[in-house]
Design a protein around this ligand. Structure first.
Ligand code: SF4
Ligand code: SF4
Ligand code: SF4
Length: 453
């Protein structure tokens, strides 16, 4: 399978199975419409006939030879070597946990998928005892896996920061005994950050996710406080201080764009100009009937905007201004883990979310949907059949994904979005797919442009 497209002056051909990317000329690009595998060494008469008159024979033969050469070395119409791994993807250890340390929040974001923090279950905080049980559960189910990930999540986790600190200490106290290494992340809206909290986070958290949408007017419009006022002026200096003191450790500022700011390149640049170089601004996924929701009608504008952003990033890099935009980051060498490539986030199998009540869900996006509950830490229940079912959700068991050129980058999309908007974890959410494919085209173009110098 190949995917070809023209973007920003580049004729780009992706060989899906090998992952090879080719920047070709217009003749080869058009010739590929007439060539099918198996590619024969000799240029077929039909190809000659199609181009003679417009190109001389030498040019046509040369273009064809290039196509054949790439085919011959396995970089065009290559075979799928990955499907063999699809059946091996069962019974993984659990290696990551989203710990809902607070089902409460001090913001009232318009687009909040978590019912402004409580996931529709009532506002509450996780106790230290429940958090300890969650850590014990993760260790028990991690089998021989040494490195474990734990994301302190909410609502707003800083509303229960004392328990966060206690749990970090508890987890660390178990590392040596169980031969584990915890890697902590915290996701915060920043409102309650203080110097002490910043220092603790920068010392203990391997990664920090800082929620802010970009420009003041954009952030304040959708991320409001309980009294309706905006949060930008409070959080921006705190985030800047945290990042300044953080040194080389990982973090990213994480924004959401909605129908209100389809010109989100300005928000990305605003965040960069404010001092952040690790930036993620992602489309809201929500009920299309809501006023801020992105719908199919918005796609042409968003596609143009992604192209603008890609061109802007290239121009910035040329000028020595470097920042990462997470949705344009690509792993082009296709490694090291085939299974991750096929299954993506691992929700419900390698990754679970735990609520303040000790309920276990496949991931944070399923929390509050009783039918997706996988068990509870208090009564020791855990639905291994459901875990096994999530383990088999991969690009070969999702019909649209199996035929999709983007499958090895996208890894089958978001199971929660699939379930929430298409009614089935294995049925791809079309709008998300369209956006993902456009982002990938832009990301590949950036790599191609940089490789060309
Ligand atoms: S900060 Fe997060 S949890 Fe709180 S209302 Fe906003 S999106 Fe929801
Ligand atoms: S873009 Fe959609 S169809 Fe393609 S792999 Fe991703 S989820 Fe599947
Ligand atoms: S299912 Fe979606 S929301 Fe849940 S962990 Fe995976 S990608 Fe994230």
């Amino acid at each position: 399978m190949i995917h070809k497209y023209f973007l920003n002056g580049y004729y780009i051909v992706l060989d899906v199975n090998s992952g090879a990317i080719h920047v070709v000329d217009e003749l080869i690009y058009n010739m590929l419409d007439l060539v099918e595998p198996p590619v024969l060494p000799k240029c077929p008469q039909s190809v000659l006939n199609a181009f003679k008159g417009r190109y001389n024979l030498d040019e046509i033969y040369e273009a064809y030879d290039e196509i054949y050469g790439l085919y011959d070395i396995g970089q065009l119409y290559s075979e799928d070597d990955y499907e063999q791994f699809a059946g091996m993807m069962v019974n993984s250890p659990i290696k990551a946990m989203c710990l809902h340390i607070a089902h409460d929040c001090n913001l009232r974001c318009e687009y909040c998928f978590a019912s402004t923090g409580d996931f529709g279950e009532g506002r509450r905080l996780m106790t230290y005892e429940t958090g300890k049980k969650a850590i014990d559960f993760l260790i028990e189910h991690s089998q021989g896996r040494r490195n474990l990930e734990m994301d302190f999540f909410g609502g707003e986790p800083l509303m229960n920061f004392g328990v966060v600190k206690q749990l970090v200490e508890y987890a660390r106290s178990l590392e040596e005994k169980h031969h584990k290494k915890f890697r902590f992340t915290i996701t915060t809206n920043g409102m309650l950050l203080t110097d002490d909290k910043i220092d603790f986070i920068n010392k203990e958290m391997s990664n920090v996710v800082l929620s802010i949408d970009g420009r003041k007017e954009v952030t304040d419009r959708v991320r409001s406080r309980v009294d309706g006022s905006g949060c930008y002026d409070v959080i921006m200096p705190k985030f800047q201080k945290l990042v300044e003191k953080r040194g080389p450790k990982d973090y990213y500022v994480r924004g959401t764009f909605t129908k209100y700011n389809l010109d989100f390149t300005k928000d990305v640049l605003h965040l960069y100009d404010a001092g952040f170089d690790q930036i993620s601004v992602e489309p809201v996924v929500s009920d299309p009937a809501l006023p801020y929701s992105i719908t199919e009608n918005d796609l042409p504008v968003i596609f143009d905007e992604y192209e603008t952003l890609a061109q802007t990033i290239l121009a910035c890099r040329k000028a020595g201004r470097y920042f990462n935009f997470f949705h344009f980051m690509l792993d082009l060498d296709q490694g090291p883990c085939a299974i991750k490539r096929l299954r993506g986030c691992g929700c419900g199998n390698e990754y679970v979310a735990i609520t303040p009540d000790g309920d276990i869900y496949p991931c944070h996006q399923f929390v509050g949907q009783e039918e997706w509950k996988m068990g509870n830490l208090e009564d020791g229940s855990f639905d291994k059949e459901r875990k096994a079912d999530f383990a088999t959700a991969n690009v070969y068991t999702k019909p649209e994904c199996k035929e999709c050129w983007a499958k090895f980058y996208c890894s089958g999309g978001c199971n929660a979005n699939n379930q929430n908007y298409e009614g089935d974890i294995r049925h791809a959410h079309k709008l998300s797919c369209d956006l993902e494919k456009k982002r990938l085209e832009c990301a590949i173009m950036i790599k191609a442009a940089e490789a060309q110098g």
